[in-house]
Design a protein around this ligand. Structure first.
Ligand SMILES: [Zn+2]
Length: 187
């Protein structure tokens, strides 16, 4: 078995309870040729996966079950029926990777509902949707080659502070030496 797998498994709920790594045992029975040794992702429960049809069974070492269920499986009708697909773990994973997170398709209805949810959840004024800054923001996001990273509140605050300081400096540089500036704020 792969070292990385065994290392991960020893830290799982199941693996940490076992004194030995059951995956390291040399397998004598012929039916082992047809199975991969795998484990539940949540708790590390050991399993075996049929190389032909990817059906998952209990691992014989989990509760000393023996290999009869594995033999029965590879000779049984359910395995042969699906074996024509010739799946192994790698192709299965590739298929899953391709079919996994499908890009959500855009619909006008979903977009309108998204805008409504955004405004109502944050209790924003309806006028927001007509504000040029809102339109400009959407346009900038559309220019991104992939989904743009949304900055954290901390980053926004820090960047704002930096922007204000930069603009203050550039304004001051534009003023002639010795000039005085009077600012009146109405807030
Ligand atoms: Zn099978």
């Amino acid at each position: 078995m792969n070292d990385g797998f065994c290392e991960w498994w020893r830290k799982t709920e199941f693996g940490s309870r076992m004194k030995r790594t059951i995956f390291e045992n040399k397998r004598q029975a012929d039916c082992w040729r047809h199975f991969h040794q795998v484990a539940g992702i949540q708790d590390g429960t050991p399993k075996v996966m049929c190389k032909q049809c990817c059906h998952v069974l209990h691992h014989p070492a989990d509760g000393h079950r023996g290999t009869s269920s594995m033999r029965k499986h590879i000779q049984g009708p359910s395995c042969r029926r699906e074996s024509s697909q010739g799946n192994d773990i790698r192709t299965l994973l590739q298929e899953k990777a391709h079919s996994a997170p499908q890009k959500a398709t855009f619909t006008h209805q979903a977009w309108i509902e998204g805008v409504i949810s955004f405004i109502t959840a944050l209790r924003l004024p309806f006028q927001l949707v007509e504000h040029p800054q809102f339109h400009a923001l959407i346009k900038i996001a559309r220019l991104a080659p992939s989904f743009p990273e949304i900055p954290s509140a901390y980053t926004v605050r820090r960047q704002l502070r930096e922007m204000v300081q930069e603009r203050q400096q550039s304004l001051l540089l534009r003023l002639p030496k010795g000039a005085k500036l009077s600012i009146a704020l109405d807030c």
